[in-house]
Design a protein around this ligand. Structure first.
Ligand SMILES: Nc1ncnc2c1ncn2[C@@H]1O[C@H](COP(=O)(O)OP(=O)(O)OP(=O)(O)O)[C@@H](O)[C@H]1O
Length: 332
């Protein structure tokens, strides 16, 4: 059986596949002890915990410790590494959440991504709204089998210049999905650790399923510094649950950057007056309760004919461009 020092220095030479650097370089050993019976207990900071990389890494580690170094057993715990590789551009994640379905979260996600692209940013979207995945439709993504990289990362598909990874790509068409929380967690771990985004990607927006539960918690596990944008309509019912989603996100440590009120009003083209069809005040009330800004109020209306997203010269497009520049300030 090897000595403690030998054990430590050999483990330090293992390469973290996400950073492509040794555990020593990324300060990846949190704790390493050898028990009285010789069983090794090790806690590691790892770039991609919970995914296939973790499994492969664990097998290599066990082989090293048991076969090469002669220890009788090993227990390993992985947690997310906070290491920041200065050589690699860091992607910033923004989760788009709502309490209720149907308030326009996917519409806001897609149009915000398009507006960010107009402002010169490179954007990707994780469509994690497994019950109502609609990003591929909104961005007119031509769905086909995904390509992969040599190290088994999925290559996203593209719509409107935006890279998209969606639950829709992995499901039989026109069939309902009946999943429970843990399966969502597995899916998310693949989305966070298993996608090859373009090298110059600035932001990845995550279209979350409606609600306040499992997924926000899971995201916290995979990307602790994910910021959140809350979408609501002006109606008190939507606002009430949006507050819950926002407070839940804040409680587990996410930084809520602001609120978007969608379907705020209808601009009557005859009178040129705003009509508050779905009531008013929801966005402000959510923002005040969460202690953040109401960033945008988006009117009711469809994009110009033949388009799925608002163009830069139409009123909603201008509002989205304004939202995008605020988001850039809030994420930088
Ligand atoms: N500002 C708007 N004006 C008019 N229609 C809108 C607006 N925003 C969204 N919609 C429409 O409302 C419907 C619901 O929008 P969307 O799918 O984006 O909601 P969602 O919150 O993502 O819902 P879910 O989470 O249930 O999938 C869609 O038909 C969309 O086109």
């Amino acid at each position: 059986m090897a000595t403690y020092d030998e054990l430590r220095s050999r483990i330090e030479t293992l390469v973290d596949p996400g950073f492509k650097k040794t555990l020593k370089e990324v300060d990846g050993i949190k704790k390493l002890t050898v028990g009285p019976t010789g069983v090794v207990e090790v806690e590691l900071y790892f770039s991609k915990p919970g995914g296939p990389e973790e499994q492969k890494f664990k097998i290599d580690l066990i082989k090293l410790v048991k076969i090469e170094l002669g220890f009788p057993g090993i227990k390993v715990i992985f947690s997310k590494s906070e290491y920041v590789d200065q050589d690699v551009k860091q992607i910033k994640y923004l989760g788009i959440a709502s309490g209720k379905g149907g308030v326009g979260k996917s519409t806001v996600t897609a149009n915000l991504a398009v507006a960010l692209t107009r402002l010169g940013k490179k954007v990707g979207i994780i469509d994690a709204d497994i019950y109502g995945a609609s990003i591929p439709q909104i961005l007119k993504v031509d769905i086909k089998p995904l390509g992969g990289t040599e190290d088994d990362l999925m290559i996203p598909l593209i719509g409107e210049g935006i890279e998209v990874i969606s639950t829709e790509f992995f499901m039989p068409r026109d069939k309902p999905i009946m999943w429970r929380g843990p399966m969502l967690g597995k899916m998310l771990s693949h989305y966070f650790g298993g996608v090859k985004w373009a090298d110059d990607t600035d932001y990845v927006l995550i279209d979350l399923p409606p609600g306040t539960g499992d997924v926000a918690l899971d995201i916290n596990k995979f990307a602790q510094h994910t910021k959140m944008l809350i979408v609501t309509t002006p109606h008190p019912n939507a606002a009430h649950v949006a507050v819950k989603a926002g407070l839940g996100a804040q409680q587990i440590g996410h930084d809520v950057v602001g609120v978007v009120e969608n379907m705020s009003y209808f601009l009557n083209s005859c009178s040129n007056k705003r009509e508050y069809i779905f009531g008013s005040g929801g966005g402000n009330s959510v923002a005040n309760t969460l202690g953040v800004q109401l960033l945008s109020q988006i009117p009711i209306g469809q994009p110009t004919e033949g388009k799925y997203v608002y163009q830069k010269n139409e009123p909603a497009g201008i509002i989205y461009d304004n939202l995008a520049s605020q988001v850039i300030d809030l994420l930088d």
